[in-house]
Design a protein around this ligand. Sequence first.
Ligand code: ZN
Length: 190
Amino acid sequence: MIDKKAIEEHIRGILIALGDDPDREGLLETPKRVAEMYEEVFAGMNYTNHEIAEMFDKTFEDGVDRNVDSQSIVVMKDIDIFSYCEHHLALMYDMKVNVAYVPKGKVIGLSKVARVCDMVGRRLQLQEKIGKDIADIMTEITGSEDVAVTIEGCHSCVTARGIKKTNTKTFTAELRGSFKTDPALQLYLK
Ligand SMILES: [Zn+2]
């Protein structure tokens, strides 16, 4: 569990290290506010992928006749999430997640897919890891190995410092099963 008291103390230390006065009016409540914010934005760190899968495991029989020669695909596009990069503790923002899978008899409630993405985002990590973790959880819930997760996002450690490429977006793709080999399926992720 996240230790809010310890975060408060350390944020106070950072304010001092920055040469500021943590006891001036504007900063007085800052350590407490940051600790509360961290508890919320890092809520996903309290759970393993397996625990997140159990939390949002709401599936339905898809009722599709498997004797018919066809393939179904479910794609959810532009799910908004945010996260924090583990290299700089910097916000990753304007993130859009696309999740696709080929149902194997079970379909997950669509709102649950968005909830999974949101919870996975609330961790300290790299963008690639978000896609892998969402794919793992989708496979655990739906039983399908044919899963793809693509993510586009801005990283404030890139846009607000260093080389200041302010419009740079990072794109990552986690392609599994038939999404790895079937260009027709990959089209849905564009
Ligand atoms: Zn970074």
